[in-house]
Design a protein around this ligand. Structure first.
Ligand SMILES: Cc1cc2nc3c(=O)[nH]c(=O)nc-3n(C[C@H](O)[C@H](O)[C@H](O)COP(=O)(O)OP(=O)(O)OC[C@H]3O[C@@H](n4cnc5c(N)ncnc54)[C@H](O)[C@@H]3O)c2cc1C
Length: 283
């Protein structure tokens, strides 16, 4: 539901959308699941909405290109989950997306909108960081996901820029991965803390969500995991976290959970005997 007093443009092409977005104060809207909430709460007051719905033919896709996968910005979470390619070649993204909202939100919400919101609690983002993803802008340039995210709600984009997709290398068949999320409820919960982990011989990726102004990678935790030290990795995750306190959780709790979620993920991936608690003997 878009408000009557704010014009809504529904361009048919990317070029037209970009032109409309050159006007100061305009804002793109994809699934609207964040946009409408922020508008209703008075957080966002655009001069006009540029509804991307008619660009779905151009921007809702999942493509394989050798070792790479590319996902169009208007691809919904439900479409990602329904994709055998994503489940088999990017299982980390599938695991993260499965935790988003409920079916209605997953049917409307898009991966481009999750990136566009630039929330440190956006659930696809830790997975995209751990996949070293590149974001496609205007269909022509790419920017690393970490470079794009400047802070909560802030992206390194110019007026008129649109996120058109995201690309990353497919995960190797010998990898294990997990996405762990802590919320106040089992479903429809915004992350209080989250962690995406990938492990393969000689390779580890650890990205934390909701414990800093942006999602963060934790190189010290990754190095500890490559060396086989689970407890040291969890301690590094806690150390790296820079959470805030808010109505949902204190900073101290979020920091502790960053380490605990990593340990939980490692146990899920590797079995309970492979990790020791923080403070115990690192393995
Ligand atoms: C009840 C509820 C539960 C939710 N649960 C979760 C959850 O569990 N996990 C989670 O991560 N999120 C959750 N969300 C938030 C939301 O659903 C997601 O962030 C979703 O991905 C937003 O996508 P959208 O297409 O609806 O974006 P929109 O609301 O249309 O847009 C979001 C922002 O991105 C910008 N934008 C959209 N598309 C583009 C583009 N192509 N290029 C540039 N900017 C763009 C918009 O201008 C806006 O700033 C929830 C929301 C609700 C209402």
């Amino acid at each position: 539901m878009l408000q009557a007093d704010v014009p809504v443009y529904t361009p048919a092409t990317l070029a037209e959308a970009r032109q409309l977005l050159q006007e100061p104060g305009t804002r793109p809207v994809a699934g609207g699941t964040d946009a409408m909430v922020r508008f209703k709460d008075g957080v966002w007051r655009p001069t006009a909405w540029v509804n991307l719905l008619r660009l779905r033919g151009e921007l809702a896709y999942i493509r394989e290109d050798g070792d790479w996968l590319e996902v169009g910005a208007l691809t919904t979470f439900s479409e990602l989950l329904a994709s055998r390619v994503v489940r088999e070649r990017a299982p980390l993204l599938a695991k993260a997306v499965r935790t988003v909202g409920g079916p209605a939100i997953r049917n409307m919400g898009t991966i481009g909108g999750n990136i566009g919101t630039a929330s440190p609690a956006g659930d696809s983002l830790p997975a995209l960081y751990a996949l070293d993803a590149e974001v496609l802008v205007n269909g022509v340039t790419t920017i690393g996901i970490a470079e794009l995210m400047l802070g909560p709600g802030r992206l390194k984009l110019q007026a008129g820029d649109l996120i058109t997709g995201v690309r990353f290398r497919a995960q190797a068949p010998d990898e294990v991965c997990t996405f762990e999320k802590l919320g106040l409820r089992a479903a429809h919960a915004i992350s209080l803390a989250s962690v995406a982990v990938r492990l393969a011989p000689g390779m580890a990726r650890v990205a934390l969500g909701a414990v800093a102004p942006t999602v963060i990678r934790v190189p010290d935790a990754e190095a500890a995991l490559v060396a086989g030290h689970a407890a040291a990795a969890a301690a590094a995750a806690q150390e790296a976290a820079r959470p805030i306190s808010d109505v949902r959780a204190s900073a101290e709790y979020r920091r502790a959970m960053a380490g605990n979620l990593l340990l939980r993920g490692l146990m899920r991936m590797l079995g309970p005997n492979l990790v020791s608690p923080i403070g115990g003997d690192p393995r």
